[in-house]
Design a protein around this ligand. Structure first.
Ligand code: ACO
Length: 329
């Protein structure tokens, strides 16, 4: 890091989950599945699902409104860049980020970012670079996802896994020792065939419904996820000049409890140092880590000075990880 410039950190957080909840028992009524299968294979019990007229921009708006409610009316003052990480944008263009810029009347640049589930961590990593380079003062990094609109509800192997939601964070300069450290952003396009949605349109408010649905080779993604959660964690910790013992709380992507457990065991972390929200929300992709962070904050599990390890994986295949030393506020 440049000695003359402060490090960037996360100084405000907001999150939103739609009010509509679909339980495993609800799914039993519409497809050949069971609460027992879903719970044992994934740890998911419920997922929050966007209303018919609720799209990714709406989820992003609600997450930002929650950030303002938590941090006060000035929380967005001086934001000069908006990044929306999403796999389900309202449109191919304009960017959903531009809708956020307009909604909150920000004097800011705006762009969308597509890196699958690690998208929000990519946005935080890029926001950090924008701040530390002097290009931006305050970056609004959002992850918002209306995944249930692109899921094939006839495919039990994928339909039970996903949910919707939004998360938002302010990335700006913070004093030592706080901030985002050891950022790792990775990809391996050789695994592109394991998880994809090749057409666009199903999530668009225009109502377009295209037939090609989400495809996932669950076993391959599972193996990749367990491996990369471990390697990306160790890489971020080492880049940050820390060890796993210095991590107060492990905040992994919430895709599957078995994947989280496998990563936890490989890293020899006790259960009380791991955040799990997948039971309540399912996998809501880019929203999963900010939503998990907000839950942990609300539960009093994060104190100023704590080193949080954030790690995610997804289609691409992609991965991302970072250490976030929480504070100063
Ligand atoms: N209900 C009941 N049975 C089911 C269901 C369901 N919802 N889904 C699949 N099955 C059946 C299958 O048909 C199969 O039956 P068969 O043996 O008669 O053929 C059996 O259950 C086992 O299926 P598998 O696919 O082998 O089950 P597995 O133990 O691998 O679990 C799962 C599947 C949960 C999807 C797992 O592979 C997984 O979690 N993979 C990672 C997925 C993931 O994390 N994706 C997110 C990526 S992030 C992003 O970018 C979106």
């Amino acid at each position: 890091m440049n000695e003359t410039r402060p490090r960037a950190g996360v100084t405000a957080l907001g999150a939103y989950a739609p009010s509509k909840v679909v339980t495993n028992f609800d799914l039993e009524k519409i497809m050949d599945t069971s609460d027992e299968w879903i719970t044992t294979r994934t740890g998911i019990k419920r997922r929050h699902v966007a209303a018919d007229e609720e799209f990714t921009s709406d989820l992003a708006f609600r997450a930002v409104e929650n950030l303002v409610a938590r941090h006060g009316d000035d929380a967005l003052t001086g934001v000069d860049m908006v990044i929306v990480a999403t796999n389900t944008p309202d449109a191919l263009f304009p960017a959903t980020a531009a809708l956020v810029q307009e909604k909150f009347r920000l004097r800011a640049g705006a762009f969308d970012l597509l890196a699958a589930c690690p998208g929000w961590l990519y946005a935080v990593g890029i926001g950090k670079s924008l701040v530390e380079s002097g290009q931006c003062k305050r970056v609004l990094a959002i992850g918002a996802e209306a995944l249930t609109k692109i899921v094939d509800w006839n495919d039990r192997a994928t339909a039970v896994l996903f949910g919707d939601g939004g998360g938002a964070a302010i990335v700006e300069a913070v004093p030592e020792p706080y901030g985002v450290k050891g950022v790792v952003l990775g990809a391996d396009g050789a695994g592109a065939d394991h998880l994809h949605k090749r057409s666009v349109g199903a999530c668009l408010p225009s109502g377009a419904r295209l037939s090609d649905s989400l495809y996932m080779n669950g076993r391959e993604v599972y193996k990749f996820a367990v491996r990369v959660m471990n390697t990306a964690t160790l890489e971020a910790v080492e880049k940050a000049g820390l060890t796993v013992d210095d991590i107060s709380l492990f905040v992994p992507h919430q895709a599957n409890l078995r994947i989280i457990e496998a990563a936890r065991e490989r890293l020899s972390l006790p259960k009380e140092r791991v955040v799990v929200t997948v039971d309540e929300y399912g996998n809501n992709s880019t929203a999963s880590i900010p939503l998990a962070l907000a839950n942990a904050l609300d539960a009093g599990r994060i104190a100023v000075g704590d080193n949080l390890l954030l790690v995610s994986f997804g289609a691409g295949l992609t991965w991302a990880s970072a250490v976030l030393t929480w504070g100063p506020a």
